[in-house]
Design a protein around this ligand. Structure first.
Ligand code: AHG
Ligand code: MN
Ligand code: MN
Ligand code: MN
Length: 336
């Protein structure tokens, strides 16, 4: 149909997911209801982030979380928003949040069949200076429908049924996969709707950007050090890669997904498991990368094959363009 038909044929995230879910009839209604509550949380946090500076929502909340990090006011606010939205959806039974030490078991009357793991506000160190931040989430089906157990939250990333992030930057962009590709939606504030703007995202097979905190270089292991050296001083005469590092995983991963390249948060002598948390940072981003044709590697194995033992455990992560991750895998294979 004509070009202007697209202008009136608004593909909202809700319509999109309903179409998708028609392929998985068994969970069409429940999943769409769950997602609509996650979307509500993202809209709320987006508006809070946009007026944070004005509404005195920047700065510290005066508590520290289980990670040993000083919680920012927005960390606490967004956590409360997402916990309430997820519980009130009536479709979840166990929640894991970066900001809560223990898993949250939903009260029986409000239980559903999903387990949601999430980082309510990713990139907190960037809040006060206005640099892009985000929310990251992953969704599992619980295994059996009796009492929810911690094991329902400790599933390997490959068993996630959906994963996504919302980035609060120059625009509010929600990137989602329900297991058949990756799609990006941009919030139209005048409608309060997320509109499909990035259909079927595929990450370039190889990229020209590497993304790592070079400040940790002193503590890297040999394969990581060799790889970064190769990015800066390529032996085969190709041009050096550019370094782009924002310090918000959501923003660094979003750029990697759209432009290609590699994002790495390696292990180092100080933190042998790196910094990023498996359930609500490593798994969702690795799920998206694979769905977009890229890959994600821990230094030892495919990231999605990891079986977490604890809900806040960490893992080194190398993710992005397929060919770039192959190179780091080869360097770790030599090391064995
Ligand atoms: P969070 O703000 O949710 O605690 O996550 C911060 C993470 C991630 O967003 C980012 O990639 C990484 O911390 C940056 O760590 P460094 O400052 O050590 O580079
Ligand atoms: Mn944190
Ligand atoms: Mn985070
Ligand atoms: Mn966080």
């Amino acid at each position: 149909h004509s070009a202007d038909a697209h202008r009136t044929d608004l593909m909202t995230i809700t319509r999109f997911v309903l179409n998708e879910q028609s392929k998985h009839a068994e969970s069409r209604g429940d999943f769409t209801i769950l997602l609509s509550h996650i979307v509500l949380g993202c809209k709320f946090v987006c508006s809070a982030v946009n007026k944070a500076g004005l509404a005195k929502l920047i700065g510290l909340a005066g508590e520290t979380n289980v990670q040993g990090e000083e919680q920012k006011k927005l960390d606490v606010l967004s956590n409360e928003v997402f916990v309430k939205a997820l519980v009130s959806s009536g479709r979840t039974c166990i929640l894991v949040s970066e900001e809560d030490e223990l898993a949250i078991v939903v009260e029986p009357s409000k239980r559903g069949k999903y387990c949601v793991v999430f980082d309510p506000l990713d990139g907190s160190s960037n809040i006060d200076c206005g640099v892009s931040i985000g929310t990251i989430f992953g969704i599992y089906m619980i295994k059996d429908h009796s009492e929810p157990k911690l094991e329902d939250a400790l599933q390997p990333g490959k068993d996630m049924v959906a994963a996504g992030y919302c980035m609060y930057g120059s625009s509010c962009t929600l990137v989602l996969s329900t297991g058949s590709g990756v799609n990006g939606f941009t919030l139209d504030p005048s409608l309060g709707e997320f509109i499909l703007t990035h259909p079927d995202i595929k990450i370039p097979k190889k990229g020209k950007i590497y993304s790592v905190n070079e400040g940790n270089a002193r503590n890297w292991d040999a394969p990581t050090a060799k790889y970064v050296e190769k990015c800066k001083f390529p032996k085969d005469g190709s041009s050096a890669k550019s370094l782009r590092y924002i310090g918000s995983m959501v923003a660094d991963v979003h750029r990697t997904l759209l432009y290609g390249g590699i994002f790495l948060y390696p292990a180092d002598k100080k933190s042998p498991n790196g910094k990023l948390r498996v359930l609500y940072e490593v798994f969702p981003m690795s799920f998206l990368m694979e769905q977009a044709g890229g890959q994600a590697f821990t230094g030892k194995e495919r990231a999605l094959d990891l079986v977490p033992k604890k809900i806040h455990e960490r893992s080194p992560i190398f993710l992005g363009s397929y060919d770039d991750v192959e190179e780091i895998k080869a360097l770790y294979a030599e090391e064995q």
